[in-house]
Design a protein around this ligand. Structure first.
Ligand SMILES: Cc1cc2nc3c(=O)[nH]c(=O)nc-3n(C[C@H](O)[C@H](O)[C@H](O)COP(=O)(O)OP(=O)(O)OC[C@H]3O[C@@H](n4cnc5c(N)ncnc54)[C@H](O)[C@@H]3O)c2cc1C
Length: 603
């Protein structure tokens, strides 16, 4: 049968079995090994159902309530190595969705369903954009500036429905989405200016991901934008974004603590705004405080004796003033490499201490082989950023290894000389325990890698010295003492030792009990290093309901923030409008703490 016929028949059968509420028959349309990834549409959750039994259970619980209908092919199905692939649209009782399926021999291997908008609460854009004025003569008319001034009193005259703590790209992007669907959301950030989280990072930093991957919701970077955005430029873009998107943002405002009253379904949040205490009472609290925001500094004997400078990578200003100084960098991931290169450029004598293997990928190679969906070529092929995000979402985490392993193998072959040169100086390499590379290292543990933009050559040519496979016994007044008995004289020690879990923010701002109840954020229980099981199939607690009512975690890289903020916003909007949002598969399992971030990981 041709792809079109196969796809149409399958979609019709699914539609029929769902309409007649026959979950088991619907599940029979799937292969033995099958995956249904749902973004909110059926589950009011972000969940992957693995296997027919799980699909049946979900449909028994949610099929009738969801009331899915109007399944239609969206574009022409195509044959690929994975089988017959096609896009489709559908409706539920409350919204409209898009989806993707891969069929093999007429049965479904992977299915994606996403809820894109709520009926009656569609975003006003394109043909439905607001007029912006009232034509005719109107006495005492409210101008745009008047309206903005009124809006700016959110949190003073009117309580926000949502309080977003953190005005980095995560908080701003989510704030923009909520604004577009009419949810009163206040964003607070302790920094004086939007974008400061980027501005405050070390001077040489440029985004490691290319521009096509990094667009914010609604406002893509212009075509002349450089491939790799310098961090201050990124900061300025975010500040402009907050203004253009008319976000309600309080800067110089720190969240001090938050308590939830289940009876009232409301948070009491104490914030300090420019030195003054303010109490806010939102119904929902989003922690967008950054997964790279809570510096993890190891405790090392003798730190109090050391007479030089020592700081975490997040506090490292840059290489100025370190010419001829002996600088030791503890750690061997992205920040460690960037800072090593920057110090070297400033004439410092740099040594990197690597305790465990690092995943290194060359920027040029990863762009060509790993990020092809986000590129000029993809755009020419009609794949815009939204489509690219959906294509990525169409592949459940469980099946990613089979797609990623061949790419990693190719990278290893193409860059064999590069890797040999690193091994020759003792640099320990990994490509992930199961050789799945960056594609899974990042969602599993959010660390452990370097996207090479030049520091590897300095290491391979010994211009940056390396001590590998070694731990730190302590610090003396003027040196780092290694556990093989050797000492590294040092004027500067930089702890490029990573960041704490977002769960830690909940412990700090709400309570250790709530953090414990919620459990780990990030990772999916792959059972690989620093991502212990049980397997959850999706990132734990991110962008979806968790064990604490009214609390949400939002974060990740620019691409994740952009994509997932859409589904987080729609979940909150549904609650704002009082729609029924029965959550299926609330993730109450998983480790209480996340070893990935909990130990002092000098990687
Ligand atoms: C060195 C480095 C390089 C990186 N490179 C890239 C890259 O190339 N591409 C990419 O996509 N990502 C990159 N990242 C990841 C990066 O952290 C995130 O993409 C981005 O910063 C995450 O945005 P966010 O809004 O989730 O968090 P953040 O940018 O960390 O913002 C969190 C905000 O929360 C605020 N905050 C925290 N606590 C409170 C409180 N109690 N009260 C009020 N405000 C609070 C902070 O002030 C901060 O502004 C990099 C990270 C680092 C450290």
């Amino acid at each position: 049968m041709d792809a079109q016929g196969e796809a149409s028949r399958w979609l019709l059968a699914l539609s029929t079995h769902l309409s007649s509420n026959e979950p088991a028959r619907a599940a029979e349309l799937f292969l033995d090994e099958c995956y249904w990834r749902d973004f909110v549409a059926f589950t009011w959750n972000i969940a992957t159902l693995e296997g027919r039994a799980a699909i049946t259970a979900m449909l028994v619980a949610r099929g009738q309530d969801t009331g899915a209908s109007a399944w239609n092919l969206d574009g022409a199905p195509r044959m690929s190595e994975a089988g017959t692939e096609f896009w489709f649209t559908f409706e539920t009782k409350v919204g409209r969705g898009r989806g993707h399926a891969r069929l093999k021999d007429g049965r479904c291997w992977t299915l994606l369903t996403t809820l894109r908008e709520l009926k009656g609460f569609e975003e006003k854009s394109g043909e439905t954009r607001p007029l912006g004025t009232t034509h005719g003569a109107v006495r005492n008319r409210t101008t745009w500036a008047d309206q903005r001034a009124t809006d700016a009193r959110l949190g003073i005259d009117q309580q926000p429905y949502v309080l977003i703590v953190g005005g980095g790209q995560g908080g701003l992007g989510l704030g923009a989405r909520l604004k577009q669907i009419g949810v009163p959301a206040l964003i607070i950030d302790r920094h004086p200016r939007a974008g400061d989280a980027w501005r405050n990072r070390y001077r040489s930093l440029c985004l490691h991901d290319p521009v096509w991957f990094d667009h914010m919701p609604y406002l893509p970077f212009p075509d002349h934008w450089p491939v790799f955005t310098p961090k201050d430029k990124m900061g300025d873009w975010l500040e402009a974004y907050a203004s253009i998107m008319e976000l309600d943002l309080w800067t110089s405002t720190a969240c001090r603590n938050a308590n939830y009253d289940p009876g009232r379904g409301e948070w009491t949040v104490e914030v300090e705004r420019a030195g003054k205490s303010v109490t806010l009472r939102p119904k929902h609290l989003v922690l967008a405080t950054g997964m790279s925001g809570k510096p993890q500094v190891p405790r090392i004997p003798g730190q109090d004796l050391f007479r030089g400078i020592q700081h975490h990578s997040s506090a490292h200003p840059g290489g100025e003033g370190f010419a001829g100084r002996r600088c030791v960098i503890v750690g061997a991931n992205n920040s460690a490499h960037d800072i090593a290169a920057d110090l070297w450029e400033h004439g410092a004598e740099v040594t990197m201490i690597q305790r465990s293997p690092t995943l290194v990928v060359r920027s040029e190679t990863v762009q060509r082989l790993g990020w092809s969906l986000y590129s000029e070529e993809a755009l020419k092929a009609g794949i815009d950023v939204d489509k690219a995000d959906l294509i990525v979402a169409s592949t459940p985490f469980a099946v990613l290894p089979q797609f990623l392993k061949p790419v990693v193998e190719r990278m290893k072959q193409e860059d064999a000389a590069f890797y040999d040169a690193l091994r020759a100086v003792g640099f320990q390499l990994t490509f992930g325990e199961d050789e799945t590379g960056l594609g899974l290292m990042y969602p599993r543990r959010g660390s452990g890698y370097y996207i090479d933009v030049g520091a590897s050559e300095l290491i391979a040519t010994r211009q940056v010295a390396l001590r590998s496979g070694i731990g730190i016994a302590g610090l003396s007044e003027d040196a780092v003492l290694l556990d093989d008995g050797s000492r590294l004289p040092a004027d500067l020690v930089v702890y490029a030792t990573g960041y704490g879990s977002m769960t830690g923010w909940a412990a700090d701002l709400i309570s250790p009990e709530v953090a414990d109840k919620v459990g780990a954020c990030w990772g999916m229980g792959s059972g690989t290093a620093r991502d212990p099981g049980p397997w959850t199939g999706e990132l734990r607690n991110m962008w979806k309901p968790n064990a604490q009512e009214g609390l949400w975690f939002h974060g990740g890289n620019l691409a994740q923030s952009r994509h997932y903020s859409r589904y987080l916003a729609i979940q909150i909007k549904a609650r704002f409008e009082g729609l029924p949002t029965q959550v299926f598969g609330l993730d109450a399992s998983g480790p209480r703490v996340q070893p990935a971030f909990d130990r002092l990981n000098i990687s």
